[in-house]
Design a protein around this ligand. Structure first.
Ligand code: UDX
Length: 447
């Protein structure tokens, strides 16, 4: 298959490289000339494990190339993917579709012969209809089938998610696209990943409903964590105890400082707006959004409490800035709200993150960036784990105690067991672990 991937950002690049790896002939297109030039030199503009090697090997094999010219690749393509951004529109929280519609117009005037146009960007219900309308309005002779094919890629695990998906969802209105899409995903289909065909609007909603459900699940366990702290229960035990019920499932029950990232905050908000517009409010998701927003700032209060109720003049060392590990993405990261709240309270902030410091520096002011966890902890009154990078999973506590002004750890990701930390003389606060009277939160009988 000849594939044109319009938009070489996170989703476009990962999808383009993986589709090339399946053996397709893929051209990645982007307006940003500097990005395309960098990609041609083999430089990957984002941090995603394994992506550089995948791009390099497929470019070398001649299956993957990069250009700023949309017309050429689109005119030759069997399938054109739209993978441009759909950020939250300033002011009203709706998804901003101007890039998607702009690209649809350009595609319309370039297509030749029957072409399947696939929306991979996350777009509200009905966008496929509008893309189809725009294409036919711009070029009434265009012979296209407009398909919805949402992505379910997690940053940091995107290549694995693309190559071994739980499912592939394809929403179509024109039966001719079924065969083409089956061919595009043939290697996965052969791997027995279910390929679900449905209509376009259902497919568009699946993406939002999926992300909203996961955001709600995280928010649920976060609220349980708060309750655990009040009643003397342990949230990890609760998560394990409910997660083994197959109807609930054990994933996405890790309590923490609130979800962030480029998808959950934006997609939940867009779903809320769409539902309001259609007079069918999704109240659970409205509440999820509000609870999660409040939670991020509330985490700063935990740090303040660990400092004895006041952080004025104190030095706070933050470990982890990105919204989750294995990414350099700072979008909607809980660290942003936490750091700002601590600075508002008069604290000095030092920080270390393996990949996120450059992006953080554009978003935060007055933060001292450091070279590793120990440098970060120097003379600090409290150390706070905000993102659970592997580098923070085996900290040398005696060494930290020596360098810090006071041995205090706030672990917002429950990386450690309390006794692992307290036996080194640290005072320790975490998420959702109420005091227990020496009974371990959960143990299981040996098989
Ligand atoms: C998510 C979806 O998982 C993916 O399917 C979709 O296509 C895009 O959005 P991503 O944003 O990369 O992917 O991150 P994910 O790993 O899902 O985590 C999102 C946020 O939730 C992070 O801030 C993470 O720390 C938080 N989270 C996740 C929790 O706090 N607890 C959990 O149990 C799981």
């Amino acid at each position: 298959m000849r594939i044109a991937m319009i938009g070489s950002g996170y989703v476009g690049l990962v999808s383009g490289a993986c589709l090339a790896d399946f053996g397709h002939d893929v051209v990645c297109v982007d307006k940003a000339a500097d990005k395309i030039e960098a990609l041609k030199r083999g430089e990957i503009p984002i941090f995603e494990p394994g992506l550089d090697a995948l791009v390099a090997s497929n470019a070398k094999a001649g299956r993957l190339s990069f250009t700023t010219d949309l017309r050429g690749p689109v005119s030759e393509a069997d399938v054109v993917f739209i993978a441009v951004g759909t950020p939250s529109r300033r002011g009203d929280g709706h998804a901003d579709l101007s890039y998607v519609y702009g690209v649809a117009r350009e595609i319309a005037s370039a297509v030749k012969g029957f072409t399947v146009v696939v929306t991979k960007s996350t777009v509200p219900v009905g966008t496929g209809d509008e893309v189809e309308r725009i294409i036919l309005e711009t070029n009434p002779d265009a012979d296209v089938a407009v398909v919805s094919n949402p992505e379910f890629l997690r940053e940091g695990a995107a290549i694995g998610d693309f190559k071994r998906p739980d499912r592939i969802v394809v929403g179509l209105e024109d039966e001719r696209a079924r065969e083409t899409m089956t061919e595009v995903y043939r290697p996965l289909y052969l791997n027995q990943s279910p390929l679900l065909f449905t209509n376009r609007r259902t497919s568009e909603l699946i993406k939002y409903a999926g992300n909203a459900f996961l955001a709600m699940k995280i928010t649920f366990i976060n609220e349980m964590a708060d309750l655990c702290e009040r009643v003397g229960a342990d949230v990890q035990g609760v998560a394990r105890g409910i997660g083994l019920d197959g109807r609930i499932g054990s994933k996405f029950l890790h309590a923490g400082p609130g979800y962030g990232g480029s998808c959950f905050p934006k997609d939940t908000l867009a779903l809320v707006k769409t539902a309001q517009d259609h007079d069918s409010p999704v109240r659970l998701i409205e509440t999820t959004v509000a609870v999660n927003d409040q939670r991020k700032r509330a985490m700063a209060r935990k740090v303040v409490a660990a400092c004895g109720g006041d952080v004025r003049g104190k030095t706070i060392a933050i470990l982890g800035l990105t919204f989750k590990p294995n990414t350099d993405d700072m979008r909607e990261a809980p660290s942003l709200s936490i750091i700002q709240a601590l600075q508002d309270g008069g604290a000095r902030v030092r920080a270390f993150d393996p990949e996120g410091m450059k992006a953080a520096n554009d978003l935060l002011s007055d933060v001292t960036y450091t070279k590793d966890a120990y440098d970060c902890a120097t003379k600090a009154d409290v150390l706070v784990i905000v993102t659970e990078w592997d580098a923070f999973r085996a900290l040398d506590f005696p060494r930290l105690a020596e360098t810090m002004a006071a041995p205090v750890l706030v672990d917002l990701r429950n990386v450690y067991k309390p006794e692992e930390v307290t036996r080194h003389g640290f005072s320790y606060a975490s998420i959702g672990r109420g005091t227990t009277r020496g009974v371990p939160p959960m143990s299981e009988a040996a098989e």
